[in-house]
Design a protein around this ligand. Structure first.
Ligand SMILES: Cc1cc2nc3c(=O)[nH]c(=O)nc-3n(C[C@H](O)[C@H](O)[C@H](O)COP(=O)(O)O)c2cc1C
Length: 343
């Protein structure tokens, strides 16, 4: 395939046909979607979220029963049993472990690599990208603020320009705001080894997300996917991009009331911060699994506007690849014409 020249490094690293990763989405990226992405030629990744080691072990077994293609596991570095979860992956011979949700310790990276897995880490800035490579990361993911879920402050296009030309030692995959193959081609031409998409896969027919969750995605446009707002720097809010709903509104009102109570001396700093942090506890599950799209968190990236129908995962992947190929062909044709005109 003509794209091979561009994403061969990513394909070889992942061991799949297309260097397109299905970004782990807690509650969504379980056995069905993950195996469908891998069976479709991409690279599925299980979202372990807050799973216990036993639950993760069962999920890996179930996924492996649905695909004989490679897939990875995404682990949250803050999980209290992180090292046990790494061991579960190693016991199951999972070859790719993604360490997400904060900078991983050298010990976690070493444990995974020592057991034969390749470690992928999120790099939110160039200095950290270089540090992660020094710490042993086998590949990096750079994810811009257009993405769904927890986000950093910098856009995908800026991270790509800063990091892709400067990090050559390991493959770098680009994520955040990618909805079509032309964008994948663009990042490959900038030096990416592949791309990671989440939002685009959330509504796949194989995704177990509740029909109301999927319906919210199908109706939404880019501007509906907004980051959570922090009202007072004394009470930090981790930015999460999700579709605005009644809960988003209530979160603002709740912060306002907590801050007023704190200012009046009715609660201390710690209690106020906890109240704010607890607001979203269990909210993603409520939206994805229970279909409570008013009170849950409908995490979605800005590419949600490009999700217009429920499609089979294999069709989504094929569509992305075809769009990239068509754009590449058009460029090659234009180049030929230009050279012909000059000659
Ligand atoms: C509903 C949802 C849940 C997510 N959960 C996780 C997660 O548990 N761990 C993680 O590393 N990233 C998570 N992400 C981010 C995705 O893995 C992926 O990097 C991101 O969706 C890519 O950007 P895009 O949404 O613009 O395609 C989540 C994204 C969404 C939309």
């Amino acid at each position: 395939m003509r794209l091979d020249r561009l994403w061969q490094r990513g394909r070889a690293f992942l061991g799949c046909d297309y260097a397109i990763l299905g970004g782990a989405m807690t509650w969504v990226s379980e056995r069905h979607l993950v195996s469908a992405i891998s069976n479709g030629g991409g690279f599925g990744i299980i979202a372990s979220g807050s799973m216990t080691p036993d639950l993760l072990s069962a999920e890996i077994t179930a996924t492996a029963a649905l695909t004989d293609r490679p897939f990875g596991v995404n682990l949250i570095t803050l999980h209290p049993q992180l090292l046990d979860l790494i061991d579960v992956c190693l016991d199951h011979r999972v070859r790719h472990i993604v360490l997400a949700g904060g900078l991983p310790s050298g010990a976690a990276i070493a444990r995974a690599r020592g057991g034969g897995a390749k470690v992928m880490c999120f790099a939110p800035a160039l200095v950290l990208a270089k540090k992660l490579v020094r710490s042993g990361a086998d590949a990096l993911i750079i994810e811009g603020m257009e993405a769904g879920g927890h986000i950093g402050p910098v856009s995908t296009s800026v991270l790509a320009q800063e990091i892709l030309p400067a990090v050559r030692d390991v493959p770098v995959f680009v994520a955040g705001g990618i909805g079509r193959g032309e964008a994948i081609l663009g990042y490959l031409e900038m030096g990416a080894s592949g791309c990671q998409l989440g939002t685009r896969f959330a509504c796949a027919s194989e995704s177990i997300a509740h029909p109301r969750f999927k319906q919210a995605f199908l109706r939404a446009s880019a501007r509906d996917a907004v980051p959570s707002v922090q009202l007072d720097p004394r009470f930090p809010v981790i930015p999460v991009r999700a579709l605005a709903n009644a809960a988003t509104q209530r979160f603002m009102e709740m912060q306002r009331s907590v801050i007023e109570r704190f200012n009046r001396g009715e609660i201390d700093q710690k209690a106020a911060q906890l109240e704010i942090e607890h607001f979203w506890a269990g909210a993603l599950r409520r939206a994805v699994i229970d279909g409570d799209v008013d009170n849950g968190s409908i995490m979605a990236g800005q590419s949600v506007g490009m999700v217009s129908e429920e499609q089979a995962t294999a069709v989504i992947l094929r569509e992305l690849v075809d769009q990239a190929l068509t754009a590449l062909l058009a460029r090659e044709e234009a180049e030929k014409e230009r050279i012909g005109a000059v000659g």
